[in-house]
Design a protein around this ligand. Structure first.
Ligand SMILES: [Zn+2]
Length: 270
């Protein structure tokens, strides 16, 4: 479903690549960059105590590999919330060279403009990509468990509808994230998951021991997209687990917090 590109390694969504040749929809790996130590090597997070010069160089490497220029990218200050912002040319370059200039307290971005590359940082949380070709609506959302239970996925669909997008034409892609093979949570999280989903759908988690559950955050987000009105055929899901695939990804859980970040990016090329 996602395949590795040539150097530097990043993943792109196969189906969209053939269907929308001018769309860039990519998820970076940890390979092909210049960072050292825990951030080796393609860390794109400016907020994780890596050297800024290395992160910026990594972002340049990635943006060039994605047939774009870093000055066309937009980054956000992600806070595990559900705020979504419409962006465009006026925001290009924000947060690319300095974390302070990223769009404040934002976990979802969308636009209908070309040559604006929406980017968010990940290390286990769920990236959700959106595209609707008629209006050229594109969006990206950051859904850890907090953003997930605040229904950032459904909120993005609502914003698209309000912007005039036909819901039946939207395609969503749930990208690489920590899988239920590796993601263990407690009762507090499970209660929030139960609250955000309808009663009949609780197969996204399973009890392992007292107060310990494995949770499939991709499945929860899929259900939230279905609840928001998407049909199953409009949603595709990556099978990659960021914790299992240690040769490809940084993992916040596996690396015990001291690690780099991957970027999820979406944008229309010239
Ligand atoms: Zn796993």
């Amino acid at each position: 479903m996602m395949t590795k590109e040539h150097s530097p390694a990043f993943l792109s969504i196969d189906k969209w690549k053939s269907e929308f040749p001018s769309l860039v929809a990519a998820f970076s790996t940890k390979n092909g960059g210049v960072s050292q130590g825990s951030f080796r090597s393609l860390n794109v997070g400016l907020h994780v105590n890596d050297m800024d010069e290395s992160v910026i160089r990594n972002r340049e490497i990635l943006s060039e590999a994605c047939s774009s220029n870093l000055s066309q990218w937009v980054f956000a200050d992600q806070v595990h919330g559900s705020a979504i912002k419409r962006t465009g040319h006026f925001d290009r370059g924000k947060g690319t060279l300095s974390y302070q200039e990223a769009l404040p307290e934002t976990d979802g971005l969308w636009t209908m403009e070309r040559n604006v590359f929406l980017s968010l940082c990940f290390a286990d949380c769920v990236p959700i990509y959106f595209v609707e070709p008629q209006t050229q609506f594109i969006g990206i959302a950051h859904a850890g468990w907090k953003g997930t239970v605040q229904n950032i996925a459904g909120r993005m669909i609502n914003e698209a509808i309000e912007a005039g997008v036909a819901i039946g034409q939207i395609q969503a892609f749930i990208g690489p994230s920590i899988g239920d093979c590796c993601y263990v949570v407690d009762d507090i999280v499970i209660q929030e998951v139960k609250n955000c989903l309808s009663e009949m759908f609780h197969s996204s988690f399973s009890k392992q021991s007292k107060g310990q559950y494995t949770l499939d955050l991709k499945a929860v987000n899929e259900q939230l997209l279905l609840n928001a009105g998407l049909a199953k055929e409009q949603i595709a899901i990556s099978s990659y687990c960021t914790s299992c695939e240690e040769s490809l990804f940084f993992s916040h859980r596996k690396d015990k917090g001291k690690t780099g970040r991957m970027a999820a990016v979406i944008g229309w090329k010239e």
